[in-house]
Structures are given as structure tokens and as C-alpha cells.
Design a protein around this ligand. Structure first.
Ligand code: PMP
Length: 425
């Protein structure tokens, strides 16, 4: 029977949710309605406790309701919620971002990742005077019209709308290429290079489960963008301050022209940002003619949540501790899967990971993710949920580890998975 909360929600909210993946369509069943959270756990409205590997889809890298973040937010909120005029906190967060990601010389705050990518695309188009953009199959950059586009019938075809409401004339300005496929990148540039304003990429993909870039992928993007005068945009909404303190750009030592941020920089509050080379960013209003604005942009409560979070994660060893825990989790899961005769592989960087039900040795693009056993994932998801462990309700999402997860939590997860795997065969 459908939960009373979900029933009531559906009377007033489309599908009962304010973001589609929350509706559990990818796994079936009813979503859990959350009351509160603390550390690695959240509690539903019935008081049931769950160990959380979603962390609000990335922001909660310190765990939920971190006492320092909550205290800073409360103190700032008491001074007023929004002014629509500059505050010193905005400069402090901008300065901190610049220190952690030096490619970001100037940064503009917005209120979501979608706003960040939308604005970066507009800026790249305004700056280059070109219209076409290149994106990769399986990468998600928010619900921006130009980015809700699927590939045409082959590589060298113009894009098609991925959603009703996206004009075909706009979608055809977006060229979609397979992730990690440098030959296709070169082909697309050979044909359209002079018209390409920007390449936008998740430098580590987290919206088709978890896929790391192959060694030549990001350097090739940098090289073709330099050759053709196109803007290279790293969408680090998910990977920024998550795969490493300096993001994927630090880890892989590639300097994008523009970077989009979100999730961790807001510490759980609605924050996004886009920034990069001064030469490009100075085309944004009021310095330049490319328009972009926001009533709540740079909101003081959001800024202090982000600043406090970035300060705490700057501690030496923070990311290696996250990696150790993920390593233990993935090894444990794949061993216990194997003992039930199930093939499972995993991968991770920093505090972000993916597990795949597959016989393959490595998964490098969207087609390979789609070939994994979604049926096994669904059964695993529901089995774990019954054990009080919450993984992302979709086989196409990454998992997130926080500093609040303990060794004991990881052991508990592996023991539960062992019981669940036995029921899958
Ligand atoms: N880019 C990436 C890489 C993302 O993962 C997301 C959200 N999952 C977005 C952009 C959009 O961010 P938001 O949901 O805050 O609009």
C-alpha cells in the first residue's frame, strides 16, 4: 500500500516530488519521507533510521547537520536572511574558491547547479560569438534547454530534444559524443570546430553511475579547445571539492577555461557558481554584455554554510580518509557478491564511488553502464533498504561517502549486503 505521505504529496505536487529521481521510478516502490538527519544517518517520519550513501546527492560531505555548519548558519540567519546587496561573506567564499581552484580567477554565485551550467554556456556563446556546444552521452548538467539533448542518429549529426519543450532549433546546436571517445571528439571538431563555442564535460562522470576519464580523454578536450578557440567547461557541480579538494581539475592536472560548481560549495544550502579565466568572466554583466543575475544569489546563509564546509574539508588527510572507507566498502561488497556468485565491480575517487553489476572488468561509457544488470541493482537496492541502508534509488547514480561514516558503518553495510546478495541468486 502506498504511504499516506506519498499519497498526500501527489495531490499537490507533480508525482509527489520536487525532483524526479526522488519518486523511486528507477527502482519501484514508494520514496521515504525524511524527518531529520544527523551524521551518516537520516530518520524517516516514522522514526526509522537509515545509513545514508546519497548525502543529498553530494553536498553532505561532512555528514548531516554538522554542528559547526549548523551553528554558523543559525548565527548568520539571525542577522537577516537576504539583503539583495553585497556582503563580505560572498567575497570570502569567492576567495576561498580561488585558493582551492586557481583556474577560477573570477567567480559568480548562483543558486543551483543548473543555473551555473546555463550561465556558463551563455557566457561561452557570448564570448566566442558561436552557437554550437559539445556534450557527452550520459553526462547530466542540470535541466538547461541546450543540455537536455540526445544524440542524433550518428556522431556527426545535430542533436535532438531530450524533453518536450526544448526547441529542436536549439537542440540542433548541441553535438553529443560518447564519453571517453577521443576519436569522436576529433571527428566532431574536424567537421564543426570553427562553430563550437564550448565543450562541457563532467571530468569524472557521476550521473551515469561513476565513470572515470580514460588517460587521454581530458587532455584531448583541452587540446582541441585550444586548437579551435572553443571554451572548455568542466562541470564540477558534483566532483568539485568531492573527488579532491581542488576537484577533478587538480586530480588530473588539466586547467579548464570555465568551471561550474554546486553541491559541496553550499554545504546543503542552495548554491551554485560558475567561474574561470578573467578574460572570459569579464564578459559577464556588469563588466560585460552577457547578462546574468539573481535575487537570492550570494545569499548570506548559503554563503556561510559553504564557507564553513570548505574550511572543514581543507583539513589535511580529509580525502584520503574518505577513500580508505570507500575502498573497504567496495572490496567488501565485491567479495561478498562473489561468494554468492554475483559479479560486481566498483570504482571511486575521493568521496565518490560507483558499483556495477557486470561481468566487465571496467565500465567507460554510457552504453556499457546500460548493459549492466539493472534488475540485480533494483533487488539489491530494496534488500539494502530493508536492512536500513539507503543507496541512490537508481542504477545510474554515483554513491557518496561522508566524513561521518564510521568503520563500523562500513562493516555493517558489508554484512547486510552479504545477506542481501544471498537472496538475489
Ligand atoms: N551538473 C552536474 C554534474 C550535476 O550532477 C547536477 C545535479 N546532479 C547539476 C549540474 C545540476 O545541479 P542542480 O540539481 O543543483 O540544478
Amino acid at each position: 500500500m502506498m504511504s499516506i505521505h506519498f499519497q498526500e504529496a501527489q495531490r499537490y505536487i507533480p508525482g509527489g516530488v520536487n525532483s524526479p529521481v526522488r519518486a523511486f521510478r528507477g527502482v519501484g516502490g514508494d520514496p521515504i519521507f525524511i524527518d531529520r538527519a544527523e551524521g551518516a544517518y537520516f530518520y524517516d517520519v516514522e522514526g526509522q533510521r537509515y545509513l545514508d550513501y546519497v548525502g543529498s546527492w553530494g553536498p553532505m560531505i561532512l555528514g548531516h547537520a554538522h554542528p559547526s555548519v549548523i551553528a554558523a548558519v543559525q548565527a548568520t540567519a539571525a542577522k537577516g536572511l537576504s539583503f539583495g546587496a553585497p556582503t563580505v561573506l560572498e567575497t570570502e567564499l569567492a576567495k576561498k574558491i580561488n585558493q582551492l581552484m586557481p583556474s577560477i580567477e573570477l567567480v559568480r554565485m548562483v543558486s543551483s547547479g543548473t543555473e551555473a551550467t546555463m550561465s556558463a554556456i551563455r557566457l561561452a556563446r557570448g564570448y566566442t560569438g558561436r552557437d554550437k556546444i559539445v556534450k557527452f552521452s550520459g553526462c547530466y548538467h542540470g535541466h538547461v534547454d541546450s543540455l537536455l539533448v540526445k544524440a542524433g542518429s550518428g556522431v556527426l549529426t545535430l542533436g535532438l530534444p531530450n524533453s518536450p519543450g526544448v526547441p529542436a532549433s536549439l537542440a540542433e546546436q548541441t553535438l553529443t559524443v560518447d564519453y571517453n571517445n577521443v576519436e569522436q571528439v576529433r571527428e566532431v571538431f574536424a567537421q564543426w570546430g570553427e562553430q563550437i563555442a564550448a565543450v562541457i564535460v563532467e571530468p569524472v562522470a557521476g550521473n551515469m553511475n561513476f565513470i572515470r576519464p580514460l588517460p587521454d580523454f581530458l587532455p584531448t578536450l583541452r587540446q582541441v579547445c585550444d586548437q579551435y578557440g572553443s571554451v572548455l567547461i568542466f562541470d564540477e557541480v558534483m566532483t568539485g571539492f568531492r573527488v579532491a579538494l581542488g576537484g577533478a581539475q587538480q586530480l588530473f592536472d588539466i586547467k579548464p577555461d570555465l568551471t561550474t560548481l554546486g553541491k559541496v560549495i553550499g554545504g546543503g544550502m542552495p548554491v551554485g557558481a560558475f567561474g574561470g579565466k578573467q578574460e572570459i568572466m569579464s564578459h559577464i554583466a556588469p563588466l560585460g554584455a552577457v547578462y546574468q543575475a539573481g535575487t537570492l544569489s550570494g545569499n548570506p546563509v548559503a554563503m556561510i554554510a559553504g564557507l564553513t564546509t570548505l574550511d572543514l574539508i581543507s583539513e589535511v588527510g580529509f580525502y584520503s580518509r574518505l577513500e580508505e572507507k570507500i575502498n573497504k566498502l567496495i572490496n567488501g561488497l565485491s567479495h561478498s557478491a562473489a561468494s554468492s556468485g554475483i559479479s560486481l565491480i566498483g570504482d571511486y575517487l575521493g568521496g565518490m564511488f560507483g558499483v556495477f553489476f557486470t561481468d566487465a572488468k571496467q565500465v567507460t561509457n554510457f552504453a556499457q553502464v546500460s548493459d549492466c544488470r539493472v534488475d540485480l541493482f533494483k533487488a539489491f537496492f530494496h534488500g539494502m533498504l530493508k536492512e536500513g541502508i539507503y543507496f541512490a534509488p537508481s542504477a545510474f547514480e554515483a554513491g557518496f561517502m561522508s566524513s561521518a561514516h564510521s568503520e563500523e558503518d562500513i562493516e555493517k553495510t558489508i554484512a547486510a549486503a552479504e545477506r542481501v546478495f544471498k537472496t538475489l541468486v
